[in-house]
Design a protein around this ligand. Structure first.
Ligand SMILES: [Zn+2]
Length: 237
C-alpha cells in the first residue's frame, strides 16, 4: 500500500510539474514581450508599405489611363470647335472643352500626387528593407536565451511525461481513474503530506488512530475534512 501511495504522490508531483513547466514554456518573458512586439511592428510596417506601394502603383496606372482618356476628349472637342456653324453650338462646345480641361487638370494633379507618394514610399521602403536583415538577426539574438530555455524545458517535459506514463502503467486502471477524478475535483492536489500530524492542504488534525494506520502503510487514509488522500513520509518534520 505504501508503495502505491509513493507512486501516486510522485505521479501527482510530475503532473503538476508538467503543467507548470508547460505554462512557463508558452509564456514569453515580460522583458522580451516588449522587444518582441517592437520587432513585429517593424516587420509589419515594411509589409504595410509594400502593400501600399503596390496599391499606389495600380492607382497611378488607372489615373494615367483616365488622363489619356480626358485629354483625348479635350482634343475631340477642340476639333469640333473648328467646324461649328452657329454661335449657340459654339458656346455649347466651349462648355464641353471647359469641363474636359477641368477633368484633365484634376487627373494630372492626382497623377502627380501619386508619383510623389510612390517615390517617397519607395525611398522609405528601401531604407527599411536594407536594415531589416540586421534587425531580424539582432532580434533572434535577443531571443536566443529564451529559445535555449525553451529547449531545456522541452527536454524536462519529455522526461517527466515518460515518467508519468511509466507510473500510470504500474497503477491498476480503476485506481488510476479514481485518482484522476480526485485530482480534477481537488484542483490538482489529490494526495497531500501529513505535516506535524495535520493535513498539509487544509491543516485538519489527523486522528491518532488514522495516523497509526497511515504510518503502518496498511490502507488508504483520507483527510476528514478535505477528503484528500493522506501521505506520510517518515522524514517529514
Ligand atoms: Zn485536508
Amino acid at each position: 500500500m505504501s508503495r502505491q501511495l509513493d507512486q501516486l504522490y510522485r505521479l501527482q508531483d510530475r503532473i503538476r510539474f508538467v503543467q507548470q513547466r508547460e505554462k512557463e514554456r508558452n509564456t514569453v518573458p515580460s522583458d522580451l514581450a516588449d522587444v518582441d512586439s517592437a520587432h513585429r511592428e517593424k516587420v509589419e510596417a515594411v509589409e504595410r508599405l509594400r502593400a501600399r506601394l503596390k496599391q499606389a502603383e495600380a492607382e497611378l496606372h488607372k489615373a494615367e489611363l483616365e488622363l489619356a482618356d480626358h485629354q483625348e476628349k479635350q482634343r475631340k472637342f477642340q476639333a469640333t470647335l473648328r467646324s461649328v456653324q452657329s454661335s449657340r453650338e459654339y458656346g455649347a462646345v466651349l462648355n464641353e472643352i471647359d469641363g474636359a480641361e477641368k477633368l484633365v487638370r484634376a487627373t494630372e494633379e492626382r497623377v502627380l500626387a501619386l508619383e510623389e507618394e510612390i517615390e517617397a514610399a519607395q525611398r522609405d521602403l528601401d531604407t527599411r528593407e536594407a536594415s531589416l536583415p540586421k534587425e531580424i538577426e539582432e532580434h533572434e539574438q535577443k531571443l536566443s536565451g529564451w529559445r535555449t530555455a525553451q529547449r531545456e524545458i522541452d527536454q524536462e517535459l519529455e522526461s517527466a511525461r515518460a515518467e508519468i506514463r511509466d507510473l500510470e502503467a504500474t497503477i491498476p486502471p480503476r485506481e488510476r481513474a479514481e485518482f484522476q477524478r480526485l485530482l480534477e475535483k481537488k484542483g490538482g492536489l489529490a494526495i497531500v503530506r501529513v505535516v506535524s500530524g495535520s493535513c498539509a492542504a487544509c491543516h485538519m488534525k489527523v486522528r491518532p488512530h488514522a495516523l497509526q494506520t497511515l504510518k503502518a502503510g496498511l490502507e488508504i487514509i483520507t483527510c476528514d475534512r478535505c477528503k484528500r488522500i493522506l501521505y506520510y513520509e517518515p522524514q517529514t518534520p
